[in-house]
Design a protein around this ligand. Structure first.
Ligand code: FPP
Length: 254
């Protein structure tokens, strides 16, 4: 079974002519453009979100098959509550539906799903569904699939700072023990490598409060393609572009 699983990664890497030595460990994606995709077809925005789920399914499968360690997707930001309540409700239902339909397949593929963000601020029924999915897949050794829901990068840093301030107050650590590593350890992504590659479809060139701390040295890749049209081929193209970049992390060319 293990051999078969790794064999699949080999096949995908070969098929898309990816360099096995330079695979990104962690890819983050801002899934943008569902609304515009639907508008172009004179359809309601919800139609675009539904199509966005289909893209997500293909991308997770590919990430898992290609042997990535971590895939993080931005599904709902702390700012998205400003949308009409009908759209917010639709999205919450869609997240639940996605899990109900896909969790068994994700589990079979050894994917470990995690929800990052202020999950306590979500409807109770969704919190339960998320907890069940995390629990079921907690020990899976494959792709870590982070789904950011009610997520804000600044809010994430604030909660990390508060947790550390509390430890100082309680005398558990000294203030000068606070370091970049100890802040990273308080983030939702604690223990995971930072993203190597960030993909943003739909023609906008913003971070939109996504993974602010973790993106410090990440390579960015943008495309005009709207998320529902984003394909596995384009995902591979982003990875190939990443493999050609020279990452210096503030140092000099080697
Ligand atoms: C941004 O496009 C997209 C969202 C706010 C929702 C993302 C959600 C999905 C792709 C659904 C699937 C997610 C899961 C986890 C099942 P937009 O609506 O802002 O598009 P626009 O900029 O064209 O208006």
């Amino acid at each position: 079974m293990w051999k078969k699983w790794f064999g699949k990664a080999d096949k995908n890497i070969a098929e898309f002519e990816l360099d096995r030595e330079k695979m990104p460990r962690h890819v983050a994606i801002i899934m943008d453009g569902n609304g515009r995709w639907a508008k172009k077809r004179a359809m309601p925005r919800t139609f675009g979100h539904r199509q966005g789920v289909e893209t997500l399914k293909r991308i997770v499968q590919f990430a898992s098959d290609a042997g990535l360690q971590v895939l993080t997707v931005y599904a709902f930001s702390t700012e998205n509550w400003r949308r009409p309540s009908s759209e917010v409700d639709f999205l919450m239902t869609l997240f639940k539906e996605f899990l109900e339909q896909e969790i068994d397949e994700l589990h079979r593929n050894r994917v470990r799903i995690r929800f990052i963000g202020d999950i306590a601020g979500l409807p109770m029924v969704l919190q339960q569904t998320f907890a069940d999915a995390e629990c079921l897949t907690a020990n899976n050794p494959g792709l870590i699939f982070n789904v950011a829901v009610n997520y804000g990068g600044r809010a994430e840093i604030v909660q990390a700072v508060r947790a550390l301030a509390m430890q100082v107050k309680e005398g558990e650590i000294s203030y000068d023990a606070i370091s970049e590593a100890s802040i990273s350890d308080q983030l939702y992504t604690a223990g995971q490598p930072d993203p190597d590659l960030l993909i943003r479809p739909s023609g906008d060139f913003r971070i939109s409060n996504f993974l602010l701390w973790q993106l410090a040295y990440t390579e960015f890749w943008f495309t005009e393609t709207l998320w529902p049209d984003f394909s596995v081929e384009e995902f591979a193209a982003a990875m190939i572009a990443y493999q050609k970049r020279e990452r210096r992390f503030g140092g000099l060319k080697r």
